[in-house]
Design a protein around this ligand. Structure first.
Ligand code: ZN
Length: 69
C-alpha cells in the first residue's frame, strides 16, 4: 500500500496523525535511559515508519523525519 506520508523539502514528515492504537505512555524503564527524558509523555508511531514519536497535547505527532536515507 502506498500509504507513506509526504515529506517536506527539509526532510520532515508531514503526517501528524498517529497510527491508530499506537499511542502509548512512557513508563519507561524498559526502554532504557535514552527515553527517560520523555517520561510521562505519550508517544506513538507514524505510518512513515518512524516509531516512538512524541505526541502533543492535541494528539498530534511531533515533527519528525521518516526513517529513510
Ligand atoms: Zn511520519
Amino acid at each position: 500500500m502506498a500509504d507513506t506520508p509526504a515529506v517536506t523539502a527539509n526532510g520532515y514528515c508531514t503526517n501528524t496523525a498517529p497510527v491508530p492504537g499506537s499511542v502509548r505512555s512512557t513508563n519507561t524503564s524498559s526502554l532504557g535511559s535514552k527515553f527517560a527524558r520523555l517520561n510521562n509523555r505519550p508517544y506513538a508511531d507514524c505510518p512513515c515508519g518512524r516509531t516512538a514519536i512524541g505526541v502533543t497535547e492535541r494528539g498530534n505527532l511531533q515533527r519528525h523525519k521518516p526513517p529513510r536515507e
